[in-house]
Design a binder for this molecule. Sequence first.
Ligand SMILES: [Zn+2]
Length: 143
Amino acid sequence: MSGSLRQREAEGPAGQKALLKWERCTHWGPMSNYAWVCFHCRSAARRPGSATDVRCPSCGNSCERIGYKTPIPPKSKLKEWEALRSLGHRRRQEDLARRTRDRVRQTHFLEKEILRLESMPPNPGRTIAVKLLKKRLNAVLNR
Ligand SMILES: [Zn+2]
């Protein structure tokens, strides 16, 4: 947020006006810039993106983070809330798929590299490199 704060300041009076408006609409200050929504009662709260276990201020159920650019539908628009929910679901699945793909790719690369180095005659530099690669591989596998 600090980057964008500075950016706002650099934009001059118009940017500062936007910043003031932003601060007015978020009672928790500029750091609480993420919208968390409760699909149980269709309420929203603003909390930092790093917050964990955000509870709904109205019903106490746990909220889901939806980011700070996604518009929050009015309480009465059931269809829009449904769309918001499936959008979040799809995004989480895409995110998971992407992370799995990255992990597999990294694992393959490290394994190949270890095999390649181990197939060559050992020397101190190679031994260290293999050790480091194995450490990294372990870190990737245990993530
Ligand atoms: Zn709620």
